[in-house]
Design a protein around this ligand. Structure first.
Ligand SMILES: [Zn+2]
Ligand SMILES: [Zn+2]
Length: 303
C-alpha cells in the first residue's frame, strides 16, 4: 500500500477552534498529509491521506491528546489524490445537519452503539431488525445493506419530513447506518426523541462493517467524499457486486461523473458507464443540459 486514507470524527470539547485549526494545519504539513477537516467547539470531523507511516504517525500523536484517546480511526487504501491539499475550516458544527427548531446536541441523546460484529450476527441469525440508511440518495445508490430502508434524502435535514416512512418501526429494533457514523449520532438521537424505543447506531459506520466483512451483507461500494468517489475492501473478489446502473443506458456501472454542463441543476452528479462516456466524449446528464450547454457555450469541463 502506497497511500492510506483515514476518516475520523470525535465529539469532544474544543476550547479554541481557531488555534486547533492552526495546530491541525501545522501537524498535517509536518507529516506531508493532504486533508479536509472541520473543527468546531463540539469536536473535529476529518479525513486525510498520506503514506501509511505518516498517517499512522498522525493517529499516534492525536491519540495521546486528551479527548481523542478513544477516537475510532477508519483506515483504507488511498490513491494519492484523495484531497487536493490541506483544507481545515472552523465551523459552528462538525456536521451541519440543521434540523431547524427540532435541532439538538447529539451529546444529549443518541442511539446505543452496535458494532459491525453485532450487526453481522443479527443478519446471520435472521432476527427481526430494520436497518435505516441515513445517507443521501446518490450514496446508497452504489452500495447498501441487505433489506435496508434507504431514505430518499438529498440531505439529512429532510429526516423530519420523511418520518412517515419510519413511524411504523417505533417499537422495533432499528439500526441507523451511515458512512463513518457521524450522521447517525444525530439521526439515531432524533429517532429516540420521536419516541422510538429500540434505536441503535452502527459504530464506525459502513466503513467499519465492510472492512471487517467485505462483500457480505453490504452490497456494492461505499461512496466517500474524496478523490476516490467510491471505495471498498476486496473489490477484486468474485463475490463483489456492482449494484447500480448507468443513468444513461442502464448498463451495470458505479462510475460517478459530474454533468459537463457547468450550470446543470438536475443530475449534476450521476452514474455514467465507460461506454457512454466514450461514445459521447462528454457527460451530459440529460439532453436538456446538452442543449443548454451548446447554446451557452459553457461546456467541456470534464472531470
Ligand atoms: Zn451507459
Ligand atoms: Zn446536467
Amino acid at each position: 500500500m502506497k497511500y492510506q486514507v483515514v476518516l475520523f470524527y470525535k465529539y469532544t470539547k474544543i476550547e479554541d477552534p481557531e488555534s486547533e485549526m492552526d495546530y491541525q494545519i501545522n501537524l498535517l504539513k509536518k507529516l506531508n498529509l493532504s486533508a479536509r477537516m472541520i473543527v468546531a467547539e463540539e469536536g473535529i470531523n476529518g479525513n486525510f491521506e498520506g503514506s501509511p507511516e505518516n498517517t499512522e504517525k498522525y493517529i499516534e500523536i492525536m491519540s495521546k491528546r486528551e479527548g481523542f484517546k478513544d477516537t475510532h480511526w477508519k483506515r483504507s487504501e488511498g490513491n494519492g489524490n484523495a484531497f487536493p491539499g490541506i483544507r481545515v475550516k472552523v465551523r459552528p458544527e462538525i456536521l451541519s445537519i440543521d434540523l431547524g427548531e427540532e435541532d439538538f446536541d447529539p451529546n444529549e441523546i443518541s442511539g446505543d452503539y452496535i458494532s459491525a460484529e453485532e450487526l453481522h450476527e443479527l443478519y446471520e441469525k435472521g432476527e427481526e431488525f430494520y436497518v435505516v440508511d441515513m445517507r443521501n440518495e446518490f450514496e446508497h445508490k452504489v452500495g447498501f445493506f441487505d433489506e435496508s430502508i434507504k431514505m430518499p434524502f438529498k440531505a439529512l435535514r429532510e429526516l423530519p419530513e420523511k418520518m412517515d416512512m419510519l413511524n411504523h418501526l417505533k417499537n422495533k429494533k432499528v439500526i441507523t447506518v451511515c458512512t463513518g457514523g457521524v450522521k447517525c449520532e444525530k439521526a439515531s438521537g432524533y429517532l429516540k426523541k420521536q419516541g422510538f424505543t429500540d434505536v441503535h447506531q452502527l459504530h464506525g459506520g459502513i466503513h467499519d462493517y465492510i472492512e471487517k466483512f467485505p462483500n457480505q451483507h453490504f452490497k456494492g461500494k461505499l461512496y466517500v467524499y474524496d478523490g476516490r468517489v467510491v471505495m471498498g475492501f476486496e473489490l477484486d473478489a468474485p463475490e463483489h457486486q456492482v449494484v447500480s446502473n448507468c443513468d444513461k443506458c442502464g448498463e451495470t456501472s458505479d462510475n460517478y461523473v459530474d454533468c459537463t454542463y457547468l450550470h446543470c441543476k438536475g443530475h449534476r452528479h450521476f452514474v455514467c458507464c465507460d461506454n457512454c462516456l466514450e461514445k459521447d466524449g462528454t457527460a451530459f446528464c440529460s439532453d436538456n443540459c446538452k442543449e443548454l450547454a451548446y447554446a451557452d457555450k459553457k461546456i467541456f469541463v470534464r472531470q
